[in-house]
Design a protein around this ligand. Sequence first.
Ligand code: IMP
Ligand code: MG
Length: 176
Amino acid sequence: MFPENMRVLIDEGQIQQRIRVLAKQISADYQGRPLHLICILKGACVFLTDLMRQLDLEISLDFMAVSSYGARKQSSGEVKIVKDLDSSLQDRDVLIVEDVLDTGLTLDYLFRNLLTRCPRSLEMATLLSKPSRRIKPVKAAYVGFEIPDLFVVGYGLDYAEKYRHLPFIGVIENEA
Ligand code: IMP
Ligand code: MG
């Protein structure tokens, strides 16, 4: 199960512990208000399922898929909605759940797009953030871990659709 050339950056225990802290903060911030979670597919699905089970709130869910990377490691700078939401955001407290905030191009685009749908409030939660990579100044209200400029996989994150199932965040080393 453990791939060759893989170094663990953040282990399973650290991820779960951090998620419990984030969930407490989110539960306190939205206390008494229903929260509508938007999971950005596919990468954020693992984070979403662990996070939402720790939230002490009335929750509803929706999913959105965007493409920005394809099978390459660099952002194309182009964001396309591949699957749009099923329900309206009108007057709802909305939290976008994302795997990693890298250049910020994806979340900057999504944030502006979702704002036009008149939510009551709109915030973002991201498991990972790479501040040194930022092109767009996106601010996420909830950040799991700030990491250096590394391409990471696991816990939902892929490289060419591989490694999403790994329970930890890892770095592929000396890739051929
Ligand atoms: P951004 O638009 O550059 O912020 O990129 C965000 C998207 O790029 C994420 O939703 C991921 O799908 C992908 N991405 C960015 N960095 C990584 C990484 O280190 N590993 C895997 N996917 C990444
Ligand atoms: Mg991806």
